[in-house]
Structure formats: structure tokens, C-alpha cells
Design a protein around this ligand. Structure first.
Ligand SMILES: [Zn+2]
Ligand SMILES: [Zn+2]
Length: 578
């Protein structure tokens, strides 16, 4: 039985009750508002209303004040069963046409309603026992939302709010929201001149400015080196391929809603690639492969294009064109465990390098699947064994694998505790079968190869979007778009400053000279605001002694250094990725 004292009410029930109280307040203030749905969600609750005009921020304040009154009235939540026809007539009589539509879709003869005072809602419950139990809540924002998420249906007004059992938790959450707002990669991307998106160019497409491209290039260069070191080769494939290839791969049939329309080239139909896999398979099949040739690991920073509904596009996090840090491993079944282990290690290394905590989930065989049960068992065991061998804690999502194979998903946890989709490792039995991807075994016979799809970052767009928020735009030296600013005190040191800049650039350090006629204090502060890791100040003394005065971001004044020592120090620090 549910114990209804404040600390025992589960958060979902508490928040769902808050959504009823909010809807009750809205109906008192805006009697013409029609109610749609109002569930509890991960971080709070929302309610959708059909209202003649959009809610403004002042409306939220009024609604919150009215909620306080309803809480004070402390009226009980009452559950009542109703015959569905009766319920339908009841809500129709109150003008609640969305509720009538919802009832029409309910399977049962009986429906339940919940009342508090004269407010009545179609609802499965449960709820807190009375409105007075709601203590800590806050309305957060308003957004447009289509009825039933369908773009062809009416746009409703969704009010988001949150509620917690105690003030500390609520304040903590509101603080985190503030922090997330400050770190928003769209805002920082503009302020730091990293990237842009253009209505004229099309939605969901990212334009990388020099500074954003600098970050991406640092990561991509490092990614390539790391993959060569780990026994991968790097390949490139074209961005378009014939529709027939996608029919053979199955994407044409199973992935249609994410594909762009074909274009005609010499009477043949082509599409832009949504995936890199079939391209890598074509190359694999250019030779007869022996068991001794395996594993073959081919990596590609492969750009793909997938259709996403405009409503779900979000800055760099959800886009229509993106570059995956993709790789495909072709191996024998007996090599699977070792291969998976290496990929997990690589993913762990990436998470540690960029300072992410992470959570790992293993998804097993769903009801509909291709390949034999034996193969699935073998692959799932390989994934589990790899995680166990490495001592990586993980949760199991039974039946959540894709139809073609089991997978490991890594969720990156950022500096303020938010989770983001990160590395994935996926075993595939489908494509090797469809494309007849084989090798000649020790027995001289042909065997089907196992294929692993994997990314250890995700995509450049999403990963760097997350990085911007994770670091709050304050990048470590090796990723900083401007690593060093050289600040001459007067015009007399400008030539010397330019010389230092040249030397640094030859050591692959991104440096610029701030040669403006501004006070040195002003230039130092500006470098600080731009989050530049190193500021090198040069005056008469520095020229004479062939050195620099060094300021390191977050460490302050490091004093005088000989030029060579300073250049070496910076180059070394970049090399170490600290
Ligand atoms: Zn309800
Ligand atoms: Zn793939």
C-alpha cells in the first residue's frame, strides 16, 4: 500500500499531482483553455493547453500564484470510476474536446477521473491525497507542442514545471538549469565564434567557423593518430551511392524515413549516404580474405546525412548532416571478444581524456532478429565478457538490441551531471549476410565474417556540442582555438611579438599578437574573457633578455621565462593534452 506522507510519495505521483494543480490554476485564470495531456516527465511535469493566445512569462507568475492558493485550500484528490460514454458526455459538456478524443482511444469500458474541488481530469492516477501536500514547485517555461506530436495537428501551448519533495533538491535543480543555460553551446558557439547555422543554408546543418574548425581539427588529427596506433587503417568513401546499394543493405526498406530523396545521375538513382557501412563492405569484398588477414579494422571520419523532423533539431546536438567517428571491424567469431575489449578500452580512454564520467548499458536480443540464436548468444557473451574482463560496471537492457545484433551504449556524463549519447559498439549479423561478407577459414572453406560497427566519440557535431557545454567554453590548452596571445606593452615590442608568434606557429601552437594601442591591463583582461590559456607579455625588459612574462589561465602570473623554455613548455603541454 502507498504511504501518503510527503517523504514516501514517489516523485512521479507528486509531479503528476503538481500538473493537475497547475491545470486547475490555468482553468481558473483562463476558463476558455482546453486541456490536452499533462504527464510527469524525467525532470518535472508539463501540461498542454489549447488557448487562443500564447502564454507570456507574466502568465506563468499568475498561474504559480494561483497554484499557491489551491495548495493552501488543501482540498482532497478524489478518484472516481465512470462509464466511458458517461465520461465522454461529461467532458463534452465542459467543452474538453481533447479529453473526449482521448476517451475514444481508451480500450476499457470504465475510465477513471480525478477531482480536486471543482477541477476534474481524465486520469489513471495515482495522486497525493490532497493539494496541500504539494510544497516545492516551480513553473519553468512555455513551448509550442503539436497535439499528439503530429505536425499536421493543432499547435498547443505546453507549460513545463518541476516539483521536488524538499527545497534543497528544487534549488539544486534550478541552479543546474541556470548553469545549463549559461553553458548552452548555441549561445557559447556564437560568443566564441565557433559555428553557425543558416536559415538560408537549411536547417540542421552546421557551418564550422575557423575557431570551431580548429577544435574539430585538433580532435580529428588526434583521432587519426590514435587509430593508426591501435591497429586501424583509415579509409574514405564517396558521399553518394546508388539506391540499389541501399536496397541491398536493407536501409532503403527499414530506414526509409531517414533517407533523402534520390537524385538522377545518367538515368540511375543515387542518394547521399546515411551510413558508411556498405561503402566499407564494398572495399572488403575487393579481395578474397583469409582467416589470417583478420581482423580488418577500417576507420573513417565519415559524413552522413539523415532526415530528422524539424521539431527535434537542436543546435549541434541533433542535426541533419554529421560526421561520425566511424569504424568497422571485420573479424572471425573467435576474435570478437578481444576486438570488443579493445574498443571498450578505446572508448574508456576517450571518456577519461575529455573528463567525462560514463555509464554503460548492454542491449540484448529483441523479439524480432536476424541471424541464429547461437550467434546472438555468442556475440552477447563476447560483449559481456569484454565488460567483465575490464571490470566495467554496466546495466543490461533485455531485448533492447537492434534486430541485427547486440550492442553496448556508453552514456557520457558531463560536468554538471547531464547524460549524453556517446560511444556505441554494435555487433552485426545482418550486413555480412546480405553482402556475403566472408573469409576463407583454416579448413579451406568459406565462413561468414562478423562485423562490428563502432564509434568512440559519436559524431563530431554532437561530441563538440557536448564538449562546449561540458567545458563551458573554457577548453583545455590542446583544444583551445587560440592557445597563446602575445601582448606587446608598446609599439616598440611589436616586431619582437611577431617573431615569437612565428616561432610558436612553427611549433604547431596557435598564437596571435594583440598589437592594438591599448593599456596592457585591458589586453590581459580581454585575453582572460576570451578564455585564452596563455598570455605572453613583452615589454622592453623581455626584448632585452629574449624572454616573456607568462600568465597561465587559472594559475595566474608565472613570471619571466626564457623564450625557448616557454615555447617548449607550451608545446609539451599540448603534446600531453593536459
Ligand atoms: Zn492525471
Ligand atoms: Zn556501420
Amino acid at each position: 500500500m502507498k504511504n501518503n506522507t510527503a517523504e514516501h510519495i514517489d516523485l512521479d505521483t507528486y509531479r503528476h499531482s503538481a500538473s493537475h494543480i497547475m491545470a486547475c490554476a490555468v482553468k481558473r485564470l483562463f476558463p476558455e483553455a482546453k486541456m490536452a495531456i499533462g504527464p510527469s516527465i524525467e525532470d518535472g511535469f508539463y501540461y498542454d493547453f489549447d488557448v487562443p493566445r500564447s502564454f507570456a512569462p507574466e502568465d506563468l507568475e499568475k498561474i504559480e500564484a494561483e497554484m499557491a492558493r489551491i495548495v493552501k485550500e488543501n482540498v482532497p484528490f478524489e478518484r472516481q470510476e465512470m462509464d466511458r460514454d458517461e465520461a465522454s458526455r461529461f467532458f463534452a459538456s465542459r467543452g474538453e474536446s481533447y479529453k473526449v478524443e482521448l476517451i475514444a482511444d481508451l480500450p476499457d469500458q470504465k475510465v477513471t477521473i480525478y477531482k480536486n474541488g471543482d477541477f476534474v481530469d481524465l486520469c489513471r492516477g495515482p495522486h497525493v491525497s490532497s493539494t496541500g501536500q504539494l510544497k516545492q514547485y516551480k513553473l519553468l517555461s512555455v513551448a509550442g507542442a503539436y497535439w499528439r506530436g503530429d505536425e499536421k495537428k493543432k499547435m498547443l501551448q505546453r507549460i513545463y514545471g518541476t516539483a521536488f519533495h524538499d527545497k534543497q533538491a528544487l534549488d539544486g535543480y534550478l541552479h543546474k538549469l541556470e548553469e545549463a543555460k549559461k553553458r548552452d553551446h548555441r549561445k557559447l558557439g556564437k560568443e566564441l565564434d565557433l559555428f553557425s547555422m543558416h536559415e538560408e543554408g537549411g536547417a540542421g546543418l552546421i557551418y564550422w567557423h575557423p575557431k570551431g574548425a580548429k577544435i574539430r581539427n585538433a580532435i580529428e588529427t588526434f583521432w587519426r593518430e590514435l587509430h593508426y596506433q591501435n591497429g586501424y587503417d583509415i579509409v574514405y568513401i564517396p558521399h553518394i551511392a546508388k539506391v540499389d546499394l541501399w536496397k541491398k543493405s536493407g536501409h532503403w526498406d527499414f530506414y526509409q524515413e531517414n533517407l533523402y530523396s534520390p537524385m538522377d545521375i545518367d538515368g540511375q538513382q543515387y542518394i547521399v549516404k546515411p551510413m558508411n557501412c556498405p561503402g566499407h563492405i564494398l572495399m572488403y569484398k575487393t579481395q578474397l580474405r583469409s582467416y589470417r588477414d583478420l581482423p580488418i579494422r577500417w576507420g573513417e571520419l565519415g559524413t552522413v546525412y539523415r532526415y530528422e523532423k524539424s521539431g527535434v533539431l537542436h543546435g549541434m546536438m541533433r542535426v541533419r548532416g554529421f560526421t561520425q567517428d566511424d569504424a568497422h571491424i571485420f573479424c572471425r567469431p573467435d576474435q570478437l571478444k578481444d576486438e570488443i575489449t579493445s574498443v571498450v578500452k578505446l572508448a574508456q580512454y576517450m571518456m577519461q581524456l575529455f573528463g567525462f564520467a560514463y555509464e554503460v548499458a548492454l542491449s540484448t536480443r529483441p523479439e524480432k532478429f536476424v541471424g541464429s540464436e547461437e550467434n546472438w548468444e555468442r556475440a552477447t557473451t563476447a560483449l559481456k565478457d569484454a565488460l567483465d574482463t575490464l571490470g566495467v560496471p554496466y546495466s543490461v537492457d533485455p531485448g533492447a538490441g537492434v534486430f541485427y545484433g547486440p550492442k553496448i551504449d556508453v552514456k557520457m556524463i558531463d560536468a554538471i551531471g547531464r547524460g549524453w549519447q556517446g560511444p556505441t559498439i554494435q555487433v552485426d549479423f545482418n550486413l555480412p549476410q546480405r553482402f556475403d561478407v566472408t573469409y576463407i577459414g583454416e579448413d579451406g572453406k568459406e565462413h561468414q565474417a562478423v562485423m562490428v560497427h563502432r564509434t568512440v566519440l559519436g559524431s563530431m557535431e554532437r561530441f563538440i556540442g557536448v564538449l562546449i557545454e561540458h567545458y563551458a567554453g573554457d577548453f583545455p590548452l590542446w583544444l583551445a582555438p587560440v592557445q597563446v596571445k602575445i601582448l606587446p606593452i608598446s609599439d616598440n615590442q611589436k616586431v619582437y611579438a611577431e617573431q615569437i608568434c612565428d616561432i610558436l606557429r612553427k611549433h604547431a601552437v596557435t598564437a596571435v599578437v594583440d598589437g592594438r594601442n591599448e593599456k596592457i591591463g585591458f589586453k590581459i583582461r580581454e585575453a582572460e574573457v576570451e578564455k585564452v590559456p596563455y598570455a605572453l607579455i613583452v615589454g622592453a625588459k623581455e626584448v632585452e633578455q629574449q624572454g616573456v612574462s607568462v600568465r597561465r589561465r587559472k594559475k595566474g602570473d608565472l613570471g619571466f621565462m626564457k623564450l625557448d623554455d616557454c615555447v617548449n613548455r607550451i608545446a609539451e603541454e599540448i603534446q600531453k593534452k593536459s
